[in-house]
Design a protein around this ligand. Structure first.
Ligand SMILES: NC(=O)C1=CN([C@@H]2O[C@H](COP(=O)(O)OP(=O)(O)OC[C@H]3O[C@@H](n4cnc5c(N)ncnc54)[C@H](OP(=O)(O)O)[C@@H]3O)[C@@H](O)[C@H]2O)C=CC1
Ligand SMILES: O=C(O)C1=N[C@H](C(=O)O)C[C@H](O)C1
Length: 233
């Protein structure tokens, strides 16, 4: 598979390593200063760029008939537009706030727990995410997906950073050192606390998941998710 990398930062470099180990070639590295890219050589584009850059990168790939895997967070207010564009162009697209197998299992566990906890009014839910100090967006994309999973299975209506009323899920964002990504969902009552926690030890799991998604999307048309790739639920 010939891969075009959009964003050649921490994730772009990790994806290059994993892709090459799996026998793929990197045919383009599109970063902030890149003037031109040869889309005709790309079987797939993998975008891990910035919140400001992702949407345009994705649309340009659809225009050039290149399937897109995007893991960039913080641009999701334009996700519906990107989906529409993909459908109009009969393209192929997967966005995931987190590509790691572990976090995708954690998403499933979170939804099952939310469903059980929705019957118990004495517990209040809250969330904490911890990432490295270079992260541009907060809360993390993963925390937003977790909150959406809880909202789908409970009476919570929305999420909010830090402080919240009883109808919204409070999310605390911490930025510390080089933390790859930690997410904690807590349910607290007057008498006890239940927590589920995912800790990424490094970025390899995110990169491997993105490369597996790129392999999976070959020859397909449409908008998919990691649930489709991993055959979950
Ligand atoms: N879904 C998932 O599993 C994961 C998602 N992420 C997300 O991926 C994104 C990237 O993370 P990370 O690699 O750590 O960040 P980095 O800051 O290390 O890398 C981002 C890169 O994108 C470059 N860039 C800026 N503008 C453009 C542009 N117009 N086109 C292409 N590239 C551009 C930056 O260049 P410059 O530095 O010169 O500005 C930088 O090299 C973030 O949104 C992060 O939240 C991260 C890990 C896992
Ligand atoms: O910026 C990061 O590093 C990460 N971003 C993603 C997010 O916002 O959830 C995924 C992972 O937690 C690492």
């Amino acid at each position: 598979m010939n891969i075009g990398l959009f964003g050649y930062g921490k994730m772009g470099k990790m994806i290059e390593q994993i892709a090459q180990q799996r026998g793929h070639s990197i045919v383009a590295k599109v970063d902030v200063g890149t003037k031109e890219a040869d889309y005709s050589k790309m079987d797939v584009a993998i975008d891990f760029s910035t919140p400001d850059a992702a949407y345009q990168n994705i649309i340009t790939c659809f225009e050039n008939k290149v399937p897109v895997i995007s893991g960039t967070t913080g641009w999701l207010e334009r996700y519906a537009e990107a989906v529409k564009h993909c459908q109009e162009k009969k393209g192929a697209f997967i966005y995931a706030s987190n590509f790691s197998l572990g976090v995708n299992l954690f998403f499933e566990l979170n939804e099952q727990l939310a469903s059980m906890m929705s019957k118990l009014e004495q517990y209040s839910v809250s969330m904490e995410e911890i990432h490295h100090t270079q992260k541009l967006d907060a809360p993390s994309g993963t925390a937003i997906t977790l909150a959406e999973g809880i909202i789908e299975h409970s009476s919570y209506k929305t999420w909010k950073s830090e402080t919240a009323d009883e109808k919204s899920i409070p999310i605390t964002s911490k930025r510390e050192g080089a933390v790859a990504g930690t997410h904690i969902v807590s349910y607290e009552s007057e008498v006890d606390k239940i927590e589920i926690k995912h800790v990424a030890h490094n970025r390899k799991g995110f990169a491997l998941g993105a490369v597996i998604a790129a392999e999976w999307i070959q020859g397909k048309t449409g908008v998919f998710s990691m649930k489709d790739v991993l055959n979950l639920s």
